[in-house]
Design a protein around this ligand. Sequence first.
Ligand code: GTP
Length: 241
Amino acid sequence: MAKTNLPFNRVLLKISGEVLMGQQEFGLESKTVQRIARDVKEAVDLGVQVCIAVGAGNIFRGVSGAADGMDRTTADHMGMLGIVINALCLQNALENLGVDTRVQSGIQMNQICEPYIRRKAIRHMDKGRVVIFAAGTGNPYFTSDTAAALRASEMNCDAIIKGTKVDGIYDKDPMKHKDAVKFDRLSYMDVLTKDLKVMDATAISLARENNIPIMVFSIKEEGGFKHAVQKQGKFTIVDNG
Ligand code: GTP
């Protein structure tokens, strides 16, 4: 991997599906997707290798009525297909900006995108391409956060950078509580024992085992990702302390 003078050479950006719906109640808001693509391009232009894992809450909300009472495996399969929709949309937005992008899916759908192949994904990133991981781990019962931590571990990423609606991790929901206090730094154990809902416990444990720091920043802030990959701006970092 080519070395940069930046704190992280290779990062995985985790974006929730909800972020992609912008002001809408579900689906994809094109101006938000385009803005996030611009933010990713800024980080790529700095020389950082970027891969992306996305969720599907924005698609799943639109079908949640139908998913009521459905068995978990089927509902999770629907969620994984939702991730593929989000991944293709992000790929299109990035390629419109001239950023080479490859989508690799954890479930084979060769007519639509590449299958997930670890060594090929690493090669793409070495060539400066953004790799978007679709369809989660390819298995039900695993969240998109766990898929993000798994792929970040497989890709030897230097950090998982999680873009959320708020600028870090707080002791309680800052959207609901004005007196919520933000943490600058936490250990993986703090997150698990305080049940801080940064990522699910499986994802946190994977990051901990593989010693990959998790940075939480606000993806709603334009240019926030470029700052996050340089360890600048507002964020909370989770590591071994
Ligand atoms: P290099 O080997 O580094 O040149 O990478 P590359 O991705 O440019 O080469 P490759 O020939 O593997 O891919 C060319 C194009 O086909 C790229 O846009 C890939 O994303 C796409 N591609 C490769 N494999 C598959 C696949 O199994 N399914 C789909 N749908 N597209 C694929």
